[in-house]
Design a protein around this ligand. Sequence first.
Ligand code: CMP
Length: 139
Amino acid sequence: ALERTFSMLKPDAVKAAHIGDIYQQIEATGLKIVAVKMLQLSREQAEGFYAEHHGKSFYEPLIAFMTEGPIMVQVLEGEHAIETYRNLMGATDPSQAAPNTLRANYGSGMPANATHGSDSPESASREIAFFFSDDEICG
Ligand code: CMP
């Protein structure tokens, strides 16, 4: 079934000018980019997006990193979009990510792992709605 997932290019990937390369690799999987936005997260937005990690040891460095510079957010659509995009990203920690995945190629460590993607249909719905209204998605 057609599925949507949420994708984010983090401040490290945007700063290093990898937007075009990453979009090319997303499109090469067959997934369609159906919504896009560039924005600078406020501290409040970053805390809201990563609320589930509040209290963890990496929470403060994560929020500091995520508010360091502009990000790109995308909605991706296609068959098995969530799994397809997670496979393209590779493991969360770039040092553990399979060769030629986005995190292996563009991430430099933790939390600077270049990209984020939804891990379930529930998080995809929540994360898409966090950044996009229905009329901003060209499905
Ligand atoms: P992401 O997929 O966006 O989900 C939560 C983020 O927190 C993760 O990518 C990393 O950027 C960061 N993160 C997760 N675990 C750690 C960790 N152990 N140390 C530092 N950062 C982490």
